[in-house]
Design a binder for this molecule. Structure first.
Ligand code: NAD
Ligand code: MG
Length: 397
C-alpha cells in the first residue's frame, strides 16, 4: 500500500527531516499536502521538488505568490491559505497519514482534526498533548486513530513496550517505570550566575540536536523535558510518579522502560530525528532513514545523572502542573510559549522564563478540562495573563 501523507509544518525541522525520509522511498509514500506558516520560499521549493497535491500557507497574499510561481514552473500543486485549510487537509479522505510537525498550541486543532478523522498520526507537536491530553487521547480511542510518537524519547519508549501496545490503551502489565532521558541542554554545567545573561543564540545552540528555536529554548530551560513528561503520561497511561527523568548528556540512549522482573529495555541510536520518523512512517516495517550506523566504540562512554531541579525550575513546574491536573498543563504550556517568545525577542532574561510560568500557574485557578473548548479557553486565558505579567520582568533597553 502506498501511504498518502500530509505534513503539517513541512518547512520546520521535523518537516524537513520527514521529507528527507519520504524522498528515500518514493514507492511507499506519496505526498498529499504540505503546510507552512510564513516561509514561502521553502514551501515553494518543497512543492517543486516533491509535487504534493496541496500546499497551505497562512497568509492569502503569500499563497497567491506561491501559486503564481508554481504556475510559471508548470507545477499543478493547489495552494490554499488560512487556518481552516490545515484541519481540512489533515482530515481529508485523500490522505491516510498525518505528520503533526507544527510547533506550539497552533498545532492542536489540525492534529485533533486528523485524530477525529481516524488517521495514522505521527506526533511531534507535543504541545497539543500537553494542552489537551484527556480530550486528545479520548479522541484517539473514539475515532480509532493510530497515534505514533515521533518525539525521540517517546518513540524509544514505544519501541521498548510490548509490540501489541498502542497509545490510547492501558499500559501493559509488568511495566514498573519509564525512564525519560534528557541531554540537559547547553547550560547543564554552566555557572548558575551566568545563566541570567545567556543570549537567545546561546540557548538555541543545542549540543546534540538541530531543532527549531522554540524547542531549543525549551531544551535549555529543560521545560522540554517537562512537556515530554506530560506527553509520556498521556501516551503511555502512567502517572507522573512513574516517570523518572535521567540526564544523559550524549543523547544516545533515547529512553528506557523498567519492567517488574528487573529487565530494563532501552532504544539507542545517533541523535537524528530521521530514525523515529522512519520508524513511525514505516511501522511496523523498518526503513532506511539515511542515518549513519551507531559507532559505540567512538562514543566510548554513556553518562547518567539526576536532573538539577534548582538549576532547572521549569522541570519542577511541569511535575507540579501534572499533579494539579485539569487546565494546569494548558496554562503551563501557554505561559511558556509567551515567555519563550519574549526571551527570543530580547524582552525578558533567560531565568525569567520560569518566573513567568510560575506566576501564571500560581494565579490561574485550575478548572476541569473536558473539551477542546476548555483547552482553548485555558490557553487563551493564560496567554492574556502572561502578557499582562510580562512588563514586570522586562529588561531595560
Ligand atoms: P520549527 O520551528 O523548525 O518548525 C515549525 C513548523 O510549524 C514550521 O513548518 C512552521 O511553518 C509551522 N508553524 C509555526 N507556527 C505555526 C502556526 N501558528 N500555524 C501553522 N503552522 C505553524 O519547529 P520543529 O523543531 O520542527 O518542532 C516542531 C514540533 O516538533 C514542536 O512541537 C517540537 O516540540 C516537536 N519536536 C521537534 C523535534 C526536533 O528535532 N526539531 C524533536 C522532537 C519534537
Ligand atoms: Mg524529545
Amino acid at each position: 500500500m502506498q501511504r498518502r501523507i500530509t505534513i503539517l509544518g513541512a518547512t520546520g525541522s521535523i518537516g524537513v527531516s520527514t521529507l528527507d525520509v519520504i524522498a528515500r522511498h518514493p514507492e511507499r509514500f506519496r505526498l498529499h499536502a504540505i503546510t507552512a506558516h510564513r516561509n514561502r520560499d521553502l514551501l515553494l521549493a518543497q512543492c517543486l521538488a516533491q509535487r504534493p497535491a496541496f500546499a497551505v500557507i497562512e497568509d492569502s497574499s503569500a499563497a497567491e505568490a506561491v501559486r503564481e510561481a508554481l504556475r510559471a514552473a508548470g507545477c499543478d500543486t493547489v495552494v490554499l491559505s488560512g487556518r481552516r485549510a490545515l484541519s481540512d487537509l489533515a482530515a481529508s479522505e485523500e490522505c491516510d497519514t498525518v505528520v503533526a510537525g507544527i510547533v506550539g498550541a497552533a498545532g492542536l486543532e489540525p492534529t485533533l482534526a486528523a485524530v477525529r478523522a481516524g488517521k495514522r498520526v505521527l506526533l511531534a507537536n507535543k504541545e497539543a498533548l500537553v494542552m489537551a491530553g484527556p480530550v486528545f487521547m479520548q479522541a484517539v480511542r473514539d475515532h480509532g486513530a493510530e497515534l505514533l510518537p515521533l518525539d525521540s524519547e517517546h518513540n524509544a519508549i514505544f519501541q521498548c513496550l510490548p509490540s501489541t501496545f498502542r497509545p490510547g490503551e492501558l499500559i501493559p502489565p509488568g511495566v514498573r517505570r519509564i525512564l525519560l532521558t534528557a541531554s540537559g541542554g547547553p547550560f547543564r554545567t554552566l555557572d548558575p550566575e551566568a545563566m541570567a545573561s545567556v543570549t537567545p543564540d546561546q540557548a538555541c545552540a543545542h549540543p546534540n540536536w538541530d531543532m527549531g528555536r522554540k524547542i531549543s529554548v525549551d531544551s535549555a530551560t529543560m521545560m522540554n523535558k517537562g512537556l515530554e513528561l506530560i506527553e509520556a503520561c498521556w501516551l503511555f497511561d502512567v502517572p507522573g510518579t512513574r516517570v523518572d527523568v535521567v540526564v544523559h548528556p550524549q543523547s544516545v540512549v533515547h529512553s528506557l522502560v523498567d519492567f517488574d522482573d528487573g529487565s530494563v529495555l532501552a532504544q539507542l541510536g545517533n541523535p537524528d530525528m530521521r530514525t523515529p520518523i522512519a520508524h513511525a512512517l514505516g511501522f511496523p516495517e523498518r526503513l532506511d532513514a539515511g542515518v549513519a550506523p551507531l559507532d559505540l566504540m567512538a562514543i566510548a562512554r554513556l553518562d547518567f545523572e539526576a536532573p538539577d531541579m534548582q538549576r532547572f525550575p521549569c522541570l519542577r513546574l511541569a511535575y507540579q502542573a501534572l499533579a494539579s491536573g485539569g487546565t494546569a498543563c494548558a496554562t503551563l504550556n501557554a505561559a511558556n510559549e509567551v515567555a519563550v517568545a519574549a526571551f527570543l525577542n530580547g524582552r525578558i532574561r533567560f531565568n525569567d522564563i520560569a518566573v513567568l510560568v510560575e506566576r501564571c500557574l500560581d494565579q490561574s485557578p485550575v478548572q476541569a478540562l473536558n473539551s477542546l473548548e476548555d483547552a482553548l479557553a485555558a490557553d487563551a486565558g493564560a496567554r492574556q495573563l502572561a502578557d499582562a505579567l510580562l512588563p514586570q520582568l522586562e529588561v531595560e533597553t
